[in-house]
Design a protein around this ligand. Structure first.
Ligand code: NAD
Length: 252
């Protein structure tokens, strides 16, 4: 799947967490497809650099702030809810404010952005909502209570958006990656090494790739390619679903 140049000409896209990793790869791919791209990230410098890199519009916004989404554009044809972060701790030690913040960013902000952008998509008779979920939207792992709960909630929100958008030409889908080569995974390697008492160089083989049939990390561009396909011609009938990009992690 590659971006057909110009397939999104005239479309406006908004991507959260676009300052790095999967979000930045999506910003590049959708720009290549011809979309005007708004990049949202809490990291002001990363957001500015990424926007300059792709020729998009930066919005340095912290989506954990309750009214943050109100400052963002709403005349948006393609919405990619991607911002997220991880925190590892067993439930009995998990900081409650961290749990709440993860839900603000990974569930409430996607809801508020869909709510904000849907009227324009409905008026136009076309829209694409892509929610970057995870294998953890389908399966659980220890120490990831907030992340697993938030991604399962995002999967539910996605289904409702698909049902409500269908008659207006609006699709909503999740993309559910396994382990992608980004800062989010790099940050987990040391945390997993510490909690499991193994060397960090063993974490990749023994933890991250243990359940994966394809023994390598996914590249951010591979996720962006699926997001782009969901936004292009030929995927009109694909909605309310979640596409695993996980090297068969969830197959077993
Ligand atoms: P990343 O850390 O490279 O990028 C995430 C971006 O989101 C960062 O630029 C960060 O600044 C931004 N962000 C975080 N909190 C924010 C907030 N409160 N407001 C605005 N921006 C915020 O990570 P990534 O791997 O590219 O993750 C992107 C998405 O992909 C996340 O939702 C993550 O859960 C999901 N995902 C990642 C993996 C993986 O292995 N990397 C696997 C499955 C799902």
């Amino acid at each position: 799947m590659t971006t057909t140049s110009g397939q999104l000409a005239g479309a406006t896209a908004l991507i959260t967490g676009a300052g790095s990793g999967i979000g930045l790869a999506c910003a590049r791919a959708l720009t290549r497809g011809g979309a005007k791209v708004h990049l949202v990230d809490r990291d002001e410098q990363a957001c500015r650099d990424a926007a300059e890199n792709v020729g998009g519009v930066p919005h340095a916004v912290d989506l954990a702030e309750p009214r943050a989404t109100e400052t963002l554009p709403h005349e948006v044809d393609v919405l990619v809810n991607n911002a997220g972060f991880q925190h590892l701790a067993p439930i009995h030690e998990f900081p409650a404010d961290r749990f709440r913040a993860m839900h603000e960013v990974m569930v409430t902000a996607p809801f508020l952005l869909i709510r904000r952008c849907l009227p324009h998509m409905r008026d136009r008779g076309w829209g694409r909502i892509v929610n970057v979920s995870s294998v953890h939207g389908h399966r659980a792992s220890p120490d990831k209570s907030a992340y697993v709960a938030a991604k399962h909630a995002l999967e539910g929100l996605n289904k409702v958006a698909a049902l409500e958008g269908a008659e207006y030409g609006v699709t909503s889908n999740c993309v559910a990656p396994g382990y992608v080569r980004t800062a989010l995974v790099e940050g987990q390697v040391q945390a997993q090494a510490d909690s499991r008492g193994i060397a960090s160089d063993k974490v990749l083989d023994e933890v991250f790739l243990k359940r994966t049939a394809i023994k390598r990390l996914i590249e951010p561009d591979e996720i962006a390619a699926v997001v782009t396909w969901l936004c292009g011609p030929g995927s009109d009938y694909v909605t309310g679903t979640s596409i695993p990009v996980d090297g068969a992690w969830t197959a077993q």
